[in-house]
Design a binder for this molecule. Structure first.
Ligand code: AMP
Ligand code: ZN
Length: 106
């Protein structure tokens, strides 16, 4: 069994507020929002962080960014929003499953 918190969220053994899901991506609200809207996009395939990326992840990363924008607009952030990807120890990463933060106020 996986020890990864976000893999458990994907497996739904840990609850989350899911706002989008397809075969490759899961998107759910951050449990400690830092703005009115704050959600996380993750690949369903476990990738630890940006340091692990290879050429073969290019399409998946593109899909994550396009979905980030689409959902930000759908959640009322059409005037703009912030994105953040914390990577590794020096990047302040707390959960070691690659995730894109999207947050902002309406
Ligand atoms: P970081 O790894 O620094 O980018 O931060 C991890 C993020 O995951 C933080 O913003 C946490 O609030 C969030 N987080 C941690 N546990 C959960 C959870 N069970 N459900 C949703 N978000 C979470
Ligand atoms: Zn994982």
């Amino acid at each position: 069994m996986t020890e990864c918190l976000f893999c458990k969220i994907i497996e739904k053994t840990i609850p989350s507020t899911i706002i989008y899901e397809d075969s490759e991506i899961l998107v759910f609200n951050d449990i400690k929002p830092c703005a009115e809207v704050h959600f996380l996009l993750i690949p369903k395939r476990h990738i630890t962080n940006m340091l692990q990326l290879t050429e073969s992840d290019a399409e998946l990363m593109g899909l994550l960014m396009l979905k980030a924008n689409q959902l930000a607009i759908a959640q009322g952030l059409g005037n703009g929003y912030k994105t953040l990807i914390n990577t590794g120890v020096n990047g302040g990463q707390e959960v070691y499953h690659l995730h894109v933060h999207v947050f902002g106020n309406k």
